[in-house]
Design a protein around this ligand. Structure first.
Ligand SMILES: [Zn+2]
Ligand SMILES: [Zn+2]
Length: 104
């Protein structure tokens, strides 16, 4: 994943902690390169509890790594990460057939 701001690519991982930083912006997980971390208008999402920008976004939840609070992401997952509703219905129907279940 490149830097969300300048598009720089992360170089090969070095030993130890990566100088790249993770953040959440618009409830989307982003990476910030060391150069862009010096900028103060990163517009990262803030934790609603402690104001930290050390957030991680996963599975529709935003977790604060500073205080541990978890909240649901307001936005739905980006297109492509979930099957379209019609497909999900078909999968469920097929599953029900296989399992011998029928939803009435
Ligand atoms: Zn950058
Ligand atoms: Zn927090």
């Amino acid at each position: 994943m490149p830097c969300y701001r300048c598009g720089a690519r992360q170089t090969d991982p070095v030993r130890g902690a990566s100088p790249w930083r993770r953040g959440v912006r618009g409830e989307i997980q982003v990476l910030i390169c060391p150069d862009c971390q010096r900028v103060h208008d990163l517009e990262l999402d803030l934790c609603e509890s402690c104001g930290s920008t050390s957030l991680i976004c996963r599975l529709g939840e935003v977790e604060c790594r500073a205080c541990g609070s978890v909240r649901l992401a307001r936005l739905t997952a980006p297109a492509g990460s979930q099957p379209p509703p019609g497909l999900a219905d078909e999968v469920e129907a097929a599953l029900n057939r296989v399992l011998g279940l029928s939803r009435q």
